[in-house]
Design a protein around this ligand. Structure first.
Ligand code: NDP
Length: 263
């Protein structure tokens, strides 16, 4: 199947690590030009070098905090100058989860979490909308979590915010139709930067990486018996964002190894 991504312009927020970087790699391999952003300059430079190794001259990497309105507007201006004023695909992926219960979450943390989950979608969509409008097949893919539909008590504010984001993106799929397609992916557990940091902070430092992740998969009762790898959701993002998914909008695809319990 031809995804028709050759010479397309894609923007991947949080493209310097994990799922975002894997998505950018697949896009470059498919012939697209990709702009990535993240906050940490060194991580971004490493990601840029990896992408340049696949194909040189097809990557723009800029530091940008997606929660900073001015920084996002500047990123969009840089992308416009680099791409000739057009973006075909916006992947809103930047972010992280928060482990906390209702008892342990302060009001400030609730506000922080809503801010992160909503504005990491709202600000890039607002800033890149004029560039998406210039495309003949524009698409947005929001990276969301299964927590949106299947909340977990130990991630209470992340779950609630994720549900709201799912609702927001469903509305946008209607508001932006028929011009811009808007879809989401719902992640279970994917072995990326976030889980690497949790592994490094494990209580028993004698436990190997393999054993720790295998234990996690058992504890979470993942039917496929393991966490996902970043390229597994990346493949779904690239498909949903490509012209090959031309009749799909307002949809969400679960990438979780089967961990959902609803029908
Ligand atoms: P990583 O930590 O590997 O990657 C996160 C990326 O987002 C990094 O590039 C990071 O760069 C960037 N980022 C984070 N905050 C910001 C910000 N405010 N502005 C710009 N860039 C930012 O994690 P994943 O690949 O796992 O995460 C990708 C997305 O998937 C996230 O939204 C995460 O919440 C979501 N997700 C992941 C799950 C998993 O199991 N891995 C489960 C459910 C959802 P930097 O820190 O330098 O800014």
């Amino acid at each position: 199947m031809d995804l028709k991504l050759a010479n397309r312009i894609a923007v991947v927020t949080g493209g310097s690590s994990g799922i975002g970087l894997a998505t950018a790699q697949l896009l470059v391999e498919a012939g697209a030009r990709v702009a990535i952003c993240g906050r940490n300059e060194e991580r971004l430079a490493r990601a840029r070098a990896k992408l340049e190794d696949i194909k040189s001259g097809c990557v723009l990497a800029k530091t940008c905090d997606v929660l900073d309105t001015e920084a996002v507007a500047t990123f969009a201006r840089n992308v416009a100058a680099w791409s000739g004023g057009r973006v075909d695909l916006l992947v809103n992926n930047a972010g992280q989860g928060r482990v906390s219960t209702f008892e342990s979450t302060t009001d400030a943390q609730w506000r922080e979490e809503f801010d992160l989950k909503f504005f990491s979608q709202i600000l890039p969509i607002r800033a890149f909308k004029p560039l998406l409008d210039a495309s003949d097949a524009p698409a947005i893919v929001g990276v969301n979590s299964l927590l949106a539909l299947q909340p977990e008590a130990h991630m209470v504010c992340t779950s609630a915010a994720r549900a709201g984001v799912q609702n927001l993106l469903k509305s946008l799929a209607s508001e932006f139709a028929p011009r811009i397609r808007v879809n989401t992916i719902l992640l279970g557990l994917v072995d990326s930067g976030q889980w690497q940091r949790r592994f490094e902070a494990r209580a028993d430092k004698t436990q190997s990486r393999e054993d720790w992740f295998a234990g996690l998969a058992r504890e979470k009762r993942i039917p496929l018996g393991r966490l996902g790898t970043p390229d597994e959701p990346a493949r779904a993002i690239v498909f949903l964002g490509s012209p090959a998914a031309s009749y799909i909008t307002g949809a969400s695809l679960e990438i979780s190894g089967g961990v959902s319990r609803y029908i």
